[in-house]
Design a protein around this ligand. Structure first.
Ligand SMILES: [Fe+2]
Length: 202
C-alpha cells in the first residue's frame, strides 16, 4: 500500500504507512453520502486524538501518533455494512455492529491492530457481561479499549456525532449526560480519561 502523509491543522505532518483514504474509497465507492459523512467525522476525531497524543508526548509519554492518525481515520469504516439510511448506509444489521464489521474489514485488509480500534470504541467500551446482560446484537466478548492509543481514539470519538453540519465539539456535560444513561461506571471511565488527556479542562 502506498505511503501517504497527513497534515492536520497546519501541524507537522504525521507520516502514514497506509492510506486510510484509499481504504475508505474502496469500501464507499457506491455510497458518496456515507463517504462524506465518514470522512468529515473521522477527520474531526483524528484531529482531536492527535492533539491529545501530542500533549501526552510533551509530557514524556510514549504515544504512536502515526498509528493514531491511521486508526482514527478508519475506526468507523464498518458503518457502511450496517442498516443506517440516515448516514447513507444500506447494509444489514444494527448500527451498534459497525465496530465489529469494521474489525472484519480491517482484518481482511491485513490490519489487525487497527481492527481492534474499530471493535473497542463503542461508548467507552463494552464488556462481555454488558453485551450478554443487555442482550446487545454483538458477540459476547470484551470490547474495551486497552492500549493508550485505543483509549485516546475512543475518547476523541465521544466528542463528535455524524452527519451534522456544523458539527461542533460536544461539551463534557453533554458527554457525561449521554454516557450516564448507560451507567455511572461509564461516566467514571470518561472522567479518568479526561483527567489524563485534558487535565486543564473541565
Ligand atoms: Fe466515530
Amino acid at each position: 500500500m502506498p505511503v501517504s502523509t497527513g497534515k492536520i491543522n497546519g501541524r507537522a505532518k504525521v507520516k502514514l504507512k497506509i492510506s486510510p483514504a484509499e481504504l475508505i474509497f474502496k469500501y464507499y465507492s457506491e455510497a458518496p453520502q456515507a463517504k462524506q459523512i465518514l470522512l468529515d467525522h473521522s477527520r474531526l476525531v483524528t484531529r482531536k486524538a492527535l492533539k491529545i497524543g501530542r500533549y501526552l508526548q510533551a509530557q514524556g509519554i510514549s504515544v504512536d501518533l502515526q498509528f493514531i492518525a491511521e486508526a482514527a481515520m478508519l475506526h468507523d469504516i464498518g458503518m457502511i455494512l450496517t442498516d443506517t439510511p440516515e448516514l447513507g448506509c444500506h447494509g444489514e444489521g444494527n448500527y451498534l455492529q459497525h465496530g465489529v464489521r469494521g474489525k472484519e474489514i480491517l482484518e481482511k485488509e491485513g490490519l489487525p491492530k487497527h481492527a481492534r480500534v474499530c471493535e473497542r470504541h463503542i461508548g467507552v467500551g463494552l464488556t462481555a457481561d454488558e453485551i450478554r446482560q443487555q442482550q446487545l446484537p454483538l458477540p459476547p466478548r470484551d470490547m474495551q479499549p486497552e492500549t493508550l492509543e485505543e483509549k485516546i481514539i475512543c475518547y476523541a470519538d465521544l466528542f463528535y456525532s455524524k452527519g451534522e453540519s456544523p458539527n461542533p465539539e460536544k461539551t463534557f456535560g453533554e458527554i457525561r449526560e449521554k454516557l450516564g444513561k448507560y451507567g455511572q461506571n461509564k461516566v467514571k471511565v470518561f472522567e479518568q480519561w479526561r483527567k489524563m488527556f485534558e487535565p486543564d479542562l473541565r
